[in-house]
Design a protein around this ligand. Structure first.
Ligand code: FE2
Length: 377
């Protein structure tokens, strides 16, 4: 079975690039198509830490509410000497209201004030039910709590919204700066070696499809897409005699070629905001069994998204003509990769590649009716 993958640009040949370049403006911007324009998706860590913080605030608010309530009922309400304490305790109910308003904004302020009002009203009815006018001023708290909860919650909500908007503007500007930096690098690399850029586009499209098949979070898919586009920019630092050599490389040349990984990481290091991308790039030649380079990481230390990049890179490389090998068909490439499964290539990513290609083939066949497309079995 030879299947086509229409989302990927056609495989480049090494016929000598027509250097009509190369990096289309906006191409990298579209790498963020997984990121909603209005709001960057929260990471799992950030969501987890927010939930932990909110949980601890609920516990604090509950602690204060229970403490104040118990104290209120424990203190003798008929002793004039202690009456000031009742007034103080009534005011202290504002503490859990403020805690909830800060943690949960308007919703938290209103909910907490409703609870405080209900608790305090119970106390008034319990202790002063037979003489409601005796302490009429205390009934005022039933109105004070919701007002304080609503105002505080509203102020916190407005402040948080302004902060979020400011953060989004900063993040967008940093992302634009990063995209511009990456575009510059790719343009410079593409002038000399257009085949690498074409290869990188194919790897980016395929990596994205595999990651989505694996259910990777949208922001990680976006990072992977960018990492795939730049994974080989370090080849800019490899001499022509090695990069464009016809035939196999000797040990020394191979070592020089392998330096492209660290060179790429160094180049990305000059662009703020590319740390996560650089990490993926640094691992795109690492293998689960530790036989990869440059650091010989093993499966547990390799980022699962970098493992996806590796699988896509190998598949794309095998199906492209190189100075040292002919282009394989997709089925030949899959067959060749089968023996690397679990040792040189991540099993899950490889299985997902199979599914992506199978789905694409099915889609092709359904689009072209019952006749199989040319070049497919
Ligand atoms: Fe590479």
């Amino acid at each position: 079975m030879a299947c086509t993958y229409p989302a990927m640009p056609s495989a480049p040949t090494h016929s000598g690039a027509s250097h009509a370049l190369v990096v289309r403006r906006g191409e990298l911007g579209s790498a963020g198509h997984h990121l909603p324009a209005k709001r960057r998706p929260e990471t799992r860590e950030r969501r987890g830490s927010m939930q932990t913080h909110q949980k601890s605030q609920i516990q604090r608010a509950a602690f204060w509410t229970v403490g104040i309530t118990v104290a209120h009922f424990a203190i003798n309400t008929h002793s004039p000497a202690l009456h000031w304490l009742h007034i103080l305790l009534a005011g202290l109910f504002l503490i859990p209201i403020l805690i909830c308003a800060v943690a949960f904004e308007l919703k938290g302020g209103l909910l907490a004030s409703a609870v405080a009002s209900a608790v305090y009203l119970s106390h008034l009815l319990w202790s002063w039910g037979d003489s409601p006018m005796a302490n009429l001023d205390q009934y005022a708290w039933i109105g004070v709590y919701p007002v304080v909860g609503a105002i505080t919650g509203h102020l916190v909500q407005s402040s948080n919204m302004r902060k979020r908007q400011r953060d989004e503007v900063i993040a967008r500007s940093q992302r634009t700066e990063m995209i511009n930096g990456i575009t510059g690098l790719l343009t410079a690399v593409g002038v000399r070696d257009e085949a690498t850029i074409q290869h990188s586009r194919r790897v980016a499209e395929l990596s994205t499809a595999i990651a989505e098949e694996l259910g990777v979070e949208a922001n990680e898919v976006s990072q992977l897409h960018l990492a795939a586009l730049v994974h080989d920019i370090g080849k800019a630092g490899v001499p022509d005699a090695i990069l464009f050599k016809h035939g196999s490389l000797d040990d020394e040349q191979m070592a020089a070629m392998r330096e492209h990984v660290d060179i790429a990481v160094g180049m990305l290091g000059e662009i703020p905001g590319t740390e996560a991308i650089a990490r993926l790039v640094s691992q795109h030649h690492e293998s689960p069994d530790g036989s990869g380079y440059p650091r010989g990481l093993t499966a547990s230390d390799i980022d699962p998204t970098a493992a996806v990049l590796r699988v896509a890179d190998v598949f794309a490389a095998l199906t492209e003509a190189r100075p040292y090998h002919e282009a394989m068909t997709e089925s030949e490439a899959l067959q060749a990769m089968e023996s690397l499964r679990g040792t040189k290539l991540d099993e899950k990513a490889f299985a997902a590649l199979h599914r992506v290609l199978a789905n694409t083939t099915s889609a092709d066949e359904s689009c072209s009716g019952t006749e199989p497309a040319e070049g497919t079995s």
